[in-house]
Design a protein around this ligand. Structure first.
Ligand SMILES: Nc1ncnc2c1ncn2[C@@H]1O[C@H](COP(=O)(O)OP(=O)(O)O)[C@@H](O)[C@H]1O
Ligand SMILES: [Mg+2]
Length: 151
């Protein structure tokens, strides 16, 4: 995969497929887990992208938005997909109380929406997924950047 990788999608389904493709790549290149930070406006498709990744990382689960819970955990035992939405986070204590740092250490696949609210909590190595509207109806541009040469 060359980076940054830019994909244009025209439906939620296509954005889900992009998430699934990244997840397959991660399984191959990051067997010990990875952190993916998703950014972009409300309603742009971050959860859709994570849902697609979930079809690969935790195939029995149906990924929903963790907006009201901060975190949802899918899959396991063994590999788990941990999906955070930090939109409503007040401070770093909220992260402690949902066990953010424990998940970080366990070699899981973390997908984090709104990490820009608490950027200091991201580890040194993480993947970035930035989504923006193209201006066309349902059009989205997804830019994926890996941590150095790993991608
Ligand atoms: N190309 C696209 N990619 C993703 N979502 C899209 C696209 N076009 C339209 N949508 C719609 O945009 C919304 C995205 O919602 P969601 O994934 O929850 O956004 P976010 O998590 O960024 O707030 C959904 O209603 C989805 O159907
Ligand atoms: Mg969301």
């Amino acid at each position: 995969m060359r980076q940054p990788l830019v994909i244009e999608t025209h439906s939620a389904r296509e954005t889900e497929a992009a998430g699934a493709a990244l997840a397959r790549d991660l399984l191959e290149k990051e067997p010990d887990g990875a952190v993916v930070a998703l950014s972009g406006d409300l309603g742009v498709g971050k959860t859709a992208f994570a849902r697609g990744a979930g079809t690969v990382l935790a195939p029995d689960a149906c990924v929903q938005s963790p907006t009201y819970t901060l975190v949802r955990v899918y899959g396991g035992p063994g590999r788990q997909m941990i999906h955070f939405d930090l939109y409503r986070i007040q401070d770093e204590d909220d992260l402690l109380s949902v066990g953010f740092y424990d998940y970080l250490e366990e070699g899981n696949f973390l997908f984090i929406e709104w990490s820009e609210r608490v950027p200091q909590v991201l580890p040194e190595r993480f993947y970035r997924v930035e989504i923006e509207r193209t201006g066309e109806p349902d059009g989205r541009r997804i830019r994926i950047t890996g941590p150095g040469e790993a991608l």
